[in-house]
Design a protein around this ligand. Structure first.
Ligand code: HBI
Ligand code: FE
Length: 296
């Protein structure tokens, strides 16, 4: 039996000591979750599920049900893995929070999804800056049940490891792709626009704003356009990109990105709120309420 990676240090967090392994893997301390932690999960889960009916993609809602997620308690990663691994080969690993990019990419390339082990406090219910357990487990994990999306995420990880070797500009291009698809992507269903991005499905306000506000642009998916488009992390998005299927996402990862990075390095980045003549515009935003200070 192969020994777990060497523990490098004990992280002192507000929930006491949590052992951290060399690759940032942390055992989910499920027994140490308080009634308050489970209560935060319940409030967020029930609020989002009520909001996402008719707003999230059908695949997202069906996958979340198939995983047996419920509002009653924070799911055990081991229970989720028992369903997820046979479905697409993915497993969840506990982490302390955001990982160095190369570690993160390496986990994705090996079909390990890092899930933050701690959940936000009650006073952070409406917003928390960094991804917590709710964002990762409720937002990111369900779609890993879909073979095509699961393949896209593994391909993204492999691309990330490669981009890390190419250089910082390639990484920026690739991070934008993650941002505008995995985190803030929309999908066109037969019965209308739906959400699949984790940053949206885990946010009450953005679940409404991304679909119903006049302010943001909604533009058809275009790989290179997305890789060149800047974004902000502190506000709702100025532009959402829309795929017509998860297969379209997977197909976009087929070409070697190296020549794309090269081509993009010779062009200037596109401000988050701009609309280009070449865009497939689904909705041209009014720009109402946009932050006017320097764009990302
Ligand atoms: N680490 N745990 C974790 N979760 C993420 O979503 C994550 C990360 N590190 C880097 C990162 N995301 C982004 O920079 C990706 O675009 C790579
Ligand atoms: Fe995320």
């Amino acid at each position: 039996m192969n020994m777990p990676p060497r523990r490098v240090e004990n992280l002192h967090t507000d929930k006491g000591k949590v052992p951290v392994y060399a690759t940032g893997i942390v055992d989910q301390p499920w027994d140490s979750y308080s009634a308050e932690d489970h209560g935060v999960w319940k409030v967020l889960y029930e609020r989002q599920r009520a909001l996402l009916k008719g707003r999230a993609s059908d695949e997202f809602l069906q996958a979340q049900d198939a995983m047996g997620m419920s509002p009653d308690h924070i799911p055990k990663f081991s229970d989720i893995n028992a369903v997820l691994e046979p479905a697409t080969g993915w497993t969840l690993i506990g982490v302390e929070g955001l990982l160095p990019e190369l570690d993160f990419f390496d986990h994705l390339a090996n079909r390990r999804f890092p899930v933050t082990w701690w959940i936000r406090r009650p006073d952070q219910i409406d917003y928390i800056e960094e991804p917590d357990l709710f964002h990762d487990l409720f937002g990111h994990v369900p779609l890993l049940m879909l073979p095509t999306f699961a393949d896209y995420m593994a391909a993204y990880g492999r691309g990330g490891v490669k981009a890390h070797g190419i250089g910082p500009e390639a990484l920026v291009n690739l991070t934008r792709l993650y941002w505008y698809t995995v985190e803030f992507g929309l999908i066109e269903q037969a019965d209308g626009l739906r959400i699949y991005g984790s940053g949206i499905v885990s946010s009450a306000g953005e679940s409404l704003y991304s679909l119903e506000s006049e302010a943001p642009n909604r533009i058809g998916f275009d790989l290179e356009r997305i890789m060149q488009t800047r974004y902000r992390i502190d506000t709702y998005q100025k532009t959402y990109f829309v795929i017509d299927s998860f297969q379209q996402l997977m197909d976009a990862t087929a070409p070697d990105f190296t020549p794309i990075y090269q081509r993009l390095s010779e062009q200037s980045a596109i401000p988050a709120g701009d609309v280009l003549a070449s865009d497939h515009v689904i909705h041209r935003g009014s720009g109402e309420g946009w932050a006017t200070d320097a764009d990302a």
